[in-house]
Design a protein around this ligand. Sequence first.
Ligand code: SF4
Length: 301
Amino acid sequence: MSDTATFHEAFHTAFHTTKPHMLKGSREYARQTLMGGLSGFESPIGLDRHDRIAALKTGDIGFVHSWDINTSVDGPGTRMTVFMSGCPLRCQFCQNPDTWKMRDGQPVYLDAMINKVARYADLFKATGGGITFSGGESMMQPAFVSRVFRAAKEMGVHTCLDTAGFLNKNYTDEMIDDIDLCLLDVKAGDEERYKVLTGGTLAPTIKFGQRLAARGKKIWVRFVLIPGLTDPEDNIENIANIVETFGDAVEHIDVLPFHQLGRPKWHELRIPYLLENQKGPSAALKDRVVKQFEAHGFTVY
Ligand code: SF4
């Protein structure tokens, strides 16, 4: 069964909250066991599969690939970026195929994550930074992410969601209200190209961008420029037309040149990599695309 199927199965099981004795038992277990690649988090690795799915549904735990502290990469100021595990898309140009399967992530308690945010809250406020959820696909675990965001907002911490928007339906308007900024990947300008590049559909991304805009949120659009795949003028034009429907919510568009830094991960995971010999864009190509977006009145980086 795919992770996506597992995820949807989780959402269709009866409502079931993690019981205190389960958490207590698993905490004991966690204390005796190494935490894997996520230092600083207590991890409920003692929960069985059923309990993990239930806790995932309520957001009592989240499956996390890794986290780091960075500056001005995934939003403004100094940020804690948490890379969630699991992604329903299969982008040809993915740099992080090791985040695709939710089960490969480390389960982390909600309160451990919130405590981590609290520890850095003063730093975030002093630098205009905050917490960013990325992935993988950050919208694949909506309960966990939105509960951390709710806690962050109560602490006065800026929140940022880095997403492809494909799982638009996972988010209620109330969840959107706790997002200050969205880094929204618009990977292609039409359904056909989107399908070939990602395996998914574009319409939910457009809808999510429009919902963010309607609720007064800020958007940084992200677009990966790949010669021969995403650079045709009509593709850029279509993307620009889509982004225009987000109105004043859009602060800028990031044109991200394709690179091969993710190639070793595809090899390690033994996943066939279609872009083995793909080159990044020339400076001239990037300049052409930037100017095309600018002609629509956007600020472009
Ligand atoms: S949405 Fe992101 S994590 Fe998922 S396949 Fe595409 S690039 Fe990779």
